[in-house]
Write a protein that binds this ligand. Structure first.
Ligand code: SF4
Ligand code: SF4
Length: 186
């Protein structure tokens, strides 16, 4: 079978001027010169930090409800869905007897790709992506964030559903954050 296709011509030999590389050097210097007079985009990190857009999604964190209770019920959905397998959960029974909670909840931030799948899949709105993007540590162990650190990062999110009040038959009166009601979920 005859070969088909377009015949390619070899490029011609460079002229005398091109052989000196002068046109290429001058072209490169012209690009550099133009950039000298343009506004600078380099940030002097860490003295200067990036102004994040409002919808920026950084490191994931766990949250408490407005009564100080850990919202996670250790359903393992986020661990299952996490593409790089960055989440490790161990469940435990909690005092109320109607749900379980996380005994261990670790996220390996070296693995996390901030994809947001954990936030998407969580049925309890217990995990959110924060604007924090700095993943700095001196060891690999330090980069595995435990539950306490994740809760500190996430803080409190208002819980309009008040599922716990319904499940436990408690009055929906607000209790102080960190009161005994949340102790079983820590
Ligand atoms: S943001 Fe993505 S990669 Fe990071 S813990 Fe959640 S699911 Fe895993
Ligand atoms: S954070 Fe949400 S999805 Fe992950 S285990 Fe807890 S309740 Fe389930």
């Amino acid at each position: 079978m005859p070969l088909t296709g377009k015949r390619l011509e070899r490029p011609g030999r460079p002229g005398l001027l091109a052989a000196t590389y002068l046109p290429s050097i001058l072209k490169g210097m012209w690009i550099t010169l133009r950039h000298i007079f343009r506004p600078k985009v380099t940030l002097q990190y860490p003295e200067e930090t990036w102004t994040l857009p409002e919808n920026y999604r950084g490191l994931p964190a766990l949250v408490r409800d407005d009564e100080g209770r850990v919202k996670c019920v250790a359903c393992f959905l986020c661990e299952y869905v996490c593409p790089p397998k960055a989440i490790r959960i161990e469940a435990q029974e909690i005092e109320t007897g109607v749900e379980k909670g996380p005994k261990i909840f670790d996220i390996n931030m070296l693995r996390c790709i901030m994809c947001g799948y954990c936030e998407e899949v969580c049925p309890e709105q217990a995990i959110f992506l924060t604007p924090e993007y700095r993943t700095v540590g001196l060891s690999r162990e330090e980069m595995i964030f435990p539950k306490e650190r994740l809760l500190e990062m996430g803080g409190v999110r208002k819980d309009p559903i008040k599922k716990w009040s319904r499940l436990t038959g408690e009055a929906a009166e607000p209790r102080p954050v960190g009161a005994a009601a949340g102790a079983g979920r820590r």
